[in-house]
Design a protein around this ligand. Structure first.
Ligand code: SF4
Length: 279
């Protein structure tokens, strides 16, 4: 069953970075090889999710370390190409060292023996009137006895440098908007935990924050559907191209774009493009 066209914070940020990258990822659904950083993040997230299956007094760094290998084996059984990331024994050792290090940092910024999450890896979806669906996966939701909600997101990278936190700010406001629409109450606190350096970024979301997230989602969606109607998703080369998995299909790097499939555009955006017939 196809999903209602919509946006998550990641896809909105993709479009802001490069409309052509958004097209390849969301419309063409070009498969991406697993990246080391993304896979490390997936592993650390899974361990932290499972950590809270343990009784509170057993949630210590040793228990978290013991969860790493079973979690990795489960990830690889779902997606065997992950194993190719760490075939070399030195790379493999470094990869699991990095996972242990991120988890060690986690215990510095939080004490999980004092937490009982209300939800973990929570998939949420709502929609804006006359606009797109909005969706996301929230790593953890904590609920205080008075009902106040705290939204936690783990980041396996380091905290953004001053002046480079726009994506993180937008994500927190986007999730505040999403949770408010579903729960009927604005979260009391949004918190990002950066497990490479122990940085913590917080926001007490206001009505203006939620309104600004909604305005940004709407303007981004207007831009996406305008590009979709025209059948044109231009490239935006930047220093971030160095991390882009699509260089081989990118004209900026000598690649040839795949033909645009109008059905795929409509499925992803709700808009059928005016693509001229091939003569
Ligand atoms: S390499 Fe750069 S310009 Fe090309 S798709 Fe990726 S982000 Fe866009």
């Amino acid at each position: 069953m196809s999903r209602t066209p919509g946006l998550s914070p990641s896809r909105a940020n993709d479009f802001a970075q490069c409309a052509y990258m958004y097209r390849l990822r969301v419309i063409d659904r070009v498969p991406e090889p697993p990246g080391r950083a993304t896979s490390l993040g997936t592993l650390v997230h899974l361990v932290l999710e499972r950590l809270f299956d343990l009784p509170a007094d057993e949630r210590d760094p040793a228990a978290a370390r013991d969860l790493i290998r079973p979690a990795w084996d489960d990830l690889v059984s779902d997606r065997p190409d992950l194993a190719e990331l760490v075939t070399d024994s030195a790379e493999r050792a470094q990869f699991f060292d990095d996972a242990r290090s991120r988890l060690g940092t986690y215990f510095i910024v939080e004490n999980p023996t004092r937490l009982e999450p209300h939800g973990r890896e929570v998939r949420l979806e709502s929609s804006l009137e006359g606009g797109p669906a909005i969706r996301g996966v929230i790593d953890r939701i904590d609920k205080a006895p008075d009902g106040a909600l705290r939204i936690i997101d783990y980041k396996s990278g380091k905290s953004p440098r001053p002046g480079y936190g726009d994506q993180a700010d937008f994500q927190m406001k986007f999730y505040a908007l999403l949770v408010e629409r579903i729960e009927g109450a604005r979260p009391a606190l949004m918190r990002l935990l950066y497990l490479r350096d122990g940085g913590v970024k917080e926001l007490v979301p206001t009505e203006a924050d939620v309104a600004s997230a909604e305005a940004r989602v709407r303007s981004t969606w207007t831009a996406i559907t305008t590009h979709a109607a025209a059948g044109v998703f231009p490239t935006s080369p930047s220093r971030l191209c160095a991390w882009c998995a699509f260089q081989g299909l990118c004209p900026e790097f000598g690649g040839t774009p795949p033909p645009l499939d109008p059905v795929a555009v409509e499925r992803a955006t709700g808009v059928r493009p005016h693509v001229p017939p091939v003569s």
